[in-house]
Write a protein that binds this ligand. Structure first.
Ligand SMILES: [Zn+2]
Length: 539
């Protein structure tokens, strides 16, 4: 497939049917209007129900929302759509409260799988167990020694595998990988070692990828999400051409029910150069699927203590995490992207990593960040990095949902003094484009929970909190899930707010969230999701 395949879109697809749909008696976020008229993919008019009812006769459909609450379709600015769909197809371990529960769920699934197929699971967080220990190779070997088993921690940066999986990946006592680690005795893999293991999985096909994307986007629509920044080229296969091909075909056929801004990740600068050589760069595509920035992962996670800090972890002396790339390696990626006017967004969780990334960005960010370079996660930052991030006007992709589990470990990991300036979401949102998201499958992409945590900075059970001076107000939190994402993607002319002429992308909630107590926001339910003028989810 060549890059100009997507420029050559002369065929009109079937999805724009020109249908006129009138939604009446709504309560609309930020407006006094109560009705929306859509035509085809776009919002044609917004006004009062009495006024727009004149259009009822010519409308194909009139939907009485009976006082339900309408807000712009939510934008999850950073997640992994393909991997999330695949996660939903495997054993989901997010809600496990003990190691035994993890093993029981895996055991149940093991019995159902055909012979030889991998048993895959994801999502446990041992920090939430009474006995905070990961399952080990020995535990998994008890489930099966014949079948390969791989189980990923919630953060995605650490994995445990059984003997069979190690054997298939050709890993033994002496195996080493750059930018990662292999603990053969316990079966623990970190960072690039996980990528090496992926190579021994069964090959992906067009159909297996399409199936997972369909599964993932369906679930996103249930949360009112209509657009995503998605990092997919490295998540379950290294074959970025295959993933790109499937995504573009799905967009072309009108099969995507979320708009995708692809955050392009590659196994090596050489592969990235091949992508550029084939003519791909930021903005290639259309309003359903578009190539976004280059995505780099520069360190690990706070939960797994692999994020690179400038001083040791407070609860693990002698360990300050590690960076996946040194400065010159980072610069190789950034320079290559900048040469092609492609912005870079970098996963940087520890303050040491953030500082190194800023040092490199400093040379390549031009004209007040015209290209929208960005930082993904924005967690462990000192006031110095926060100031530099604002001075460089970087786009900040943060995840308020992380507060649920991280509020419980932050002070232990970094001490109370460093914790003060961490997760500075309000400060960032007051100065730069700060867009929210879930990093799914790292977190469940539940927007209502994310809004609540942005506003309260408390875990859902209320027991743990982060520095309250960084609580966002509801207006800021809503913006972080709507217009800010659109701005980061250069799509604010088309999406991110409810306005005449923009795409008809919106979520209908069962309650007016402005009338709820802060700790009740998560109870609001999405009743309907409309994307491109079509209902893609209905309760
Ligand atoms: Zn991610």
């Amino acid at each position: 497939m060549s890059a100009d395949w997507c420029y050559d879109r002369t065929l009109e697809t079937e999805r724009n049917t020109g249908m006129k749909r009138l939604f009446i008696n709504a309560v609309i976020w930020g407006r006094t209007d109560t009705a929306i008229l859509t035509e085809g993919e776009k919002i044609r008019r917004i006004g009062m129900t009495e006024e727009l009812q004149k259009e009822a006769e010519s409308a194909d459909e009139v939907i009485d929302l009976n006082g339900l609450f309408v807000c712009p379709g939510f934008i999850d600015s950073h997640l992994h759509l393909l991997e999330y769909g695949r996660y939903l197809e495997n054993v989901q371990l997010h809600s496990c409260t003990s190691r035994q529960e993890v093993l029981n769920l895996l055991k149940q699934q093991e019995k159902k799988l055909p012979k030889g197929e991998w048993l895959l699971g994801r999502g446990f967080n041992e920090e939430l167990f009474d006995d905070p220990k990961m399952p080990t190779k020995a535990d998994l070997d008890q489930i099966s020694k014949e079948r390969p088993i791989a189980v990923t921690r919630c953060c995605g940066h650490k994995m445990v595998v059984n003997s069979k999986a190690l054997e298939l990946a050709n890993m033994d006592e002496d195996s080493m990988v750059e930018g990662g680690s292999i603990d053969f005795e316990n079966g623990f893999l970190e960072e690039t070692a996980i990528t090496v293991l992926h190579d021994s999985w069964p090959a992906e096909t067009e159909e297996s990828i399409r199936r997972s994307i369909l599964r993932g986007q369906k679930e996103l629509n249930r949360y009112g999400i209509t657009a995503v920044g998605s990092d997919d080229f490295m998540s379950i296969t290294h074959d970025w051409r295959l993933v790109l091909d499937v995504m573009m075909k799905m967009a072309f056929r009108g099969e995507l029910t979320v708009r995708v801004n692809e955050q392009c990740e590659f196994p090596s600068p050489e592969e990235f150069a091949a992508f550029l050589d084939e003519g791909y760069t930021t903005d290639v595509g259309d309003d359903l699927f578009r190539i976004g920035p280059l995505k780099i992962i520069a360190d690990g996670s706070l939960g797994a203590r692999t994020a690179a800090l400038s001083k040791d972890y407070s609860d693990d002396r002698g360990n300050s995490g590690y960076m996946v790339y040194n400065r010159s390696e980072l610069e190789t990626w950034v320079k290559l992207a900048a040469d092609y006017n492609m912005p870079v967004i970098t996963h940087a969780i520890g303050d040491r990593t953030v500082r190194e990334v800023l040092n490199v960005y400093d040379k390549y960010v031009i004209e007040n960040n015209l290209l929208h370079f960005g930082l993904v996660h924005c967690q462990i930052m000192t006031p110095a990095e926060i100031k530099r991030t604002i001075d460089m006007n970087l786009c900040c992709y943060f995840q308020s949902l992380f507060i649920d589990s991280d509020a419980k470990i932050l002070e232990a990991r970094v001490g109370s003094e460093r914790a003060e300036s961490c997760y500075p979401f309000r400060t960032l949102s007051e100065h730069v484009i700060a867009c929210n998201g879930s990093d799914a499958p790292v977190e469940t992409p539940d927007v209502m929970k994310g809004l609540q945590m942005a506003v309260t900075r408390r875990s859902l059970d209320g027991t743990a909190a982060m520095n309250p001076s960084e609580c966002m107000d509801l207006q800021q939190a809503m913006r972080s899930y709507t217009l800010s994402g659109a701005e980061a993607f250069f799509s604010s002319d088309n999406i991110g707010s409810l306005e005449e002429g923009k795409y008809a992308d919106f979520a209908v909630l069962d309650r007016d969230i402005t009338k709820l107590r802060e700790d009740e926001i998560h109870t609001a339910k999405v009743m309907m999701t409309v994307m491109n003028g079509e209902t893609v989810f209905e309760k």
